[in-house]
Design a binder for this molecule. Structure first.
Ligand code: FAD
Length: 314
């Protein structure tokens, strides 16, 4: 049976051309506050947010979409800064729905884009497959990790990718290989307009007990070095070549600097934490202040790692 789940209080049933023309099975929400979906807990509303039932539902939705509609892909929002004005387009939310995860071949794991990195890491470790333990502490989805080439403790997402499936905005699905992408430090460039649907991880034989112990060890290291309990987006700036953004921020005397309820973390200077009711404006002003103070103190112009909807000024 085909059903469309709608939150009636926010969605007018007779006013959405996409919903009316398609037998969608996912949820289509209107004027949905994005602060609910971002780890900084800030961001205004999206005109529409689609949470597909599965990949086929997503493809059907994309096929029916106006080609001019602005689209924003959302995983767990752990590296995303949405402004207080929100997003005048459609957000595609993957988390928890593109959620298939399975053993593939002898040393592979196939995971859809909405699978959390933590789940993928533990799943692989329990199978006795080694190589993605580092993903366990990255609080995003596999789709977000592919888009960012997320990494930690010497591991990087694309170092473990055998192949991916992408989908374009017309709903066309393609299989791609790593060679189809330019991959660097927290930077991935692929065929224009294609986004990630799933990936196959290529792993090494290991030992389940040792893999799970390594995950526990990496999580403990994170806990001691990062302000894990407070809303943040992880490291705000990329490390400049040969140096660390956190070192430069600390050396400029900016630890603890506060604008509204946005604060440079006392525990890790490259984190900006929301200590109460910060809005996106507070965070943006603090990011810009840190950039200019660090540049004045050291001559280095830091580049944000966090994705800002609409982009950062260079
Ligand atoms: C406490 C904390 C610690 C962190 N530690 C690390 C770390 O150690 N290493 C690290 O690399 N990062 C770290 N991060 C940042 C963040 O978790 C990663 O960048 C993560 O990969 C983002 O995944 P996400 O699903 O949350 O993506 P989102 O924040 O939702 O999106 C990030 C970008 O990816 C795009 N995107 C999302 N899904 C898809 C898709 N399916 N296809 C194409 N594009 C997509 C979005 O449009 C956006 O441009 C940390 C963040 C926090 C809050």
């Amino acid at each position: 049976m085909i059903r469309v789940h709608l939150r009636q209080k926010r969605m007018s049933m007779n006013s959405d051309p996409v919903k009316d023309s398609l037998p969608l099975r996912g949820e289509l929400l209107r004027d949905e506050p994005l602060a609910r979906y971002t780890s900084w807990r800030v961001g205004g509303p999206a005109r529409r947010l689609f949470w597909p039932a599965d990949a086929a539902d997503l493809a059907a939705f994309l096929r029916g979409l106006d080609p001019a509609e602005p689209l924003l892909w959302l995983g767990l929002g752990s590296n995303l800064l949405v402004g207080d004005e929100g997003f005048a387009g459609t957000v595609i939310r993957t988390q928890g729905r593109l959620n298939a995860l399975e053993h593939a071949g002898q040393r592979g794991v196939r995971a859809e884009a909405g699978v959390s990195c933590a789940r993928a890491a533990r799943f692989a470790a329990r199978l006795g497959l080694a190589g993605v333990e580092f993903l366990a502490g990255i609080p995003g989805t596999l789709g977000g990790a592919l888009a960012m080439n997320a990494g930690a403790y010497g591991g990087e997402t694309w170092g473990r990718i055998a192949r991916v499936l992408t989908i374009d905005r017309r709903g066309v699905v393609r299989e791609r290989r790593p060679a189809d992408f330019h991959v660097g430090y927290r930077r991935v460039q692929g065929p224009p307009g294609e986004r990630f649907l799933e990936a196959e991880l290529a792993l090494e034989p290991g030992d389940a007990t040792a893999g799970l112990a390594r995950i526990r060890d990496l999580l403990a290291r994170r806990e001691s070095a990062q302000p894990i309990g407070l809303p943040s987006c992880g490291s705000v700036f990329r490390n400049p070549p040969g140096d660390y953004a956190a070192r430069l921020i600390e050396a400029a005397g900016l630890k603890g600097l506060r604008i509204g309820d946005a604060q440079v973390s006392e525990k890790h200077a490259n984190f900006i934490v929301n200590i109460g009711a910060a809005d996106a404006g507070d965070i943006i002003r603090l990011v810009e202040r840190v950039r200019s103070e660090v540049e004045r103190a050291s001559g280095v112009r830091l580049v944000p790692e966090v994705c800002r909807v609409g982009g950062w000024e260079s």
